[in-house]
Ligand binder design. Structure first.
Ligand code: NDP
Length: 324
């Protein structure tokens, strides 16, 4: 037996219950992991609340974690008990112990702690595919990023700067603006007090940006389109303010032959090769210092409901990591 945070019905943070669950022995091709650090992501909230429909009667949220291998099943050759590994999954991480397919695990390089891995695997590989696959960012590109002081936002700003882009961010308070400015953004707009559209048009001599990375969704999408240059791309990779409604293809024509994409990380790391390629890029940047994970807030795993409440109320910056 080990402990997990389980929801029996969709709802608020209070639906997460601290319960005993069976810990099966690893089957063929599987690994049993004792988890040491579990990352919190806004996606966990979409899962818990039911915005993302459940495929099972109960739900254990959580998409990224690190830990130590306790046992391996038949046929697992490249992972051994005692190895330090990390992973991203579509859910199920809020627990002490977990059985996983070996091919989804990543060995953690020296110098990358379990907490850093849990704070950056999902968010960092997201940033990696956003700036290489959704829009291949080039030196001098002007881009706009919403929620720049969030977990993804602070990594995205640094990565864009390393690529030589001129990154404009938005954030919901003066404290968040100051933090984002320390993480690669050339300019950050407090969109709680100011309309970001005229500021972006002004900062780009009315030319607009070539890409908008928008994870806020309903509250920002219309403004985001107005910030784009002719033939720019609207990358909507989340909806922390709610699902986008009212969008039509005609909006893209009116904006100047724009394109739009709604990507998800798991389509960019679907194969072992893609997972290894994107994680290697992330690890290299963490090791050479071009990407730094701001000291994550840590909380006991059992307190995940409190972290969810803070994240939903926009009280957090950067990443939070749960410790079993
Ligand atoms: P964040 O730390 O960025 O938290 C969300 C932020 O969104 C808040 O801090 C807040 O920042 C902003 N926000 C704006 N409006 C609201 C609102 N009404 N309610 C709550 N928050 C709001 O979270 P993550 O770093 O975990 O994730 C960022 C986004 O990226 C999420 O939308 C997530 O779903 C998405 N994502 C998508 C992936 C993909 O592959 N598609 C993969 C990983 C993440 P502020 O106060 O500054 O406005």
């Amino acid at each position: 037996m080990s402990k997990a945070l389980i929801a029996h019905a969709p709802g608020g943070p209070e639906v997460l219950q601290w319960e005993d669950i069976e810990t099966p022995a690893p089957g063929p091709g599987e690994v049993l992991l004792r988890q040491t650090a579990i990352g919190v992501n806004f996606i966990d909230i979409y899962q818990r609340s039911g915005l993302y429909p459940w495929a099972t009667p109960t739900l254990i949220p959580g998409g990224e974690a690190a830990g130590v291998v306790e046992a391996v099943g038949d046929g697992v050759t490249d992972i051994n008990p005692g190895d330090r590994v990390g992973y991203v999954t579509a859910g199920g991480a809020y627990r002490e112990k977990r059985v996983l397919r070996a091919e989804r695990l990543l060995h953690l390089p020296e110098g990358i702690s379990d907490v850093t891995a849990a704070a950056s695997l999902l968010k960092g590989m997201t940033v990696q595919y956003l700036v290489t696959a959704c829009h291949a960012v080039k030196p001098g590109d002007r881009v706009l990023v919403h929620a720049a002081a969030g977990g993804v936002g602070l990594l995205l700003g640094q990565w864009l700067k390393a690529l030589g882009a001129f990154a404009i961010g938005t954030a919901g308070s003066q404290e968040k603006v100051a933090l984002a400015l320390q993480h690669g953004y050339a300019h950050v707009i407090n969109y709680s007090t100011q309309d970001f559209v005229p500021v972006v048009r002004d900062l780009t001599e009315d030319k607009g940006v070539v890409a908008v990375y928008d994870s806020v969704g309903q509250d920002t999408w219309a403004g985001s389109l107005k910030c784009l240059a002719r033939r720019g791309i609207f990358v909507n990779f989340g909806q922390s303010s709610g699902l986008i409604t009212g969008f039509s293809m005609g909006d893209l024509a009116r904006g100047g032959s724009l394109s739009a994409i709604r990507p998800a990380l798991f389509d960019y790391i679907a194969t072992r090769e893609e997972l290894l390629e994107r994680s290697a890029d992330l690890f290299a940047r963490l090791q050479d210092g071009t990407l730094q994970v701001p000291a994550p807030h840590t909380r006991p795993l059992r307190d995940a409901a409190l972290v969810h409440a803070d994240l939903e109320a926009r009280r957090t910056t950067g990443a939070t990591v749960l410790i079993p």
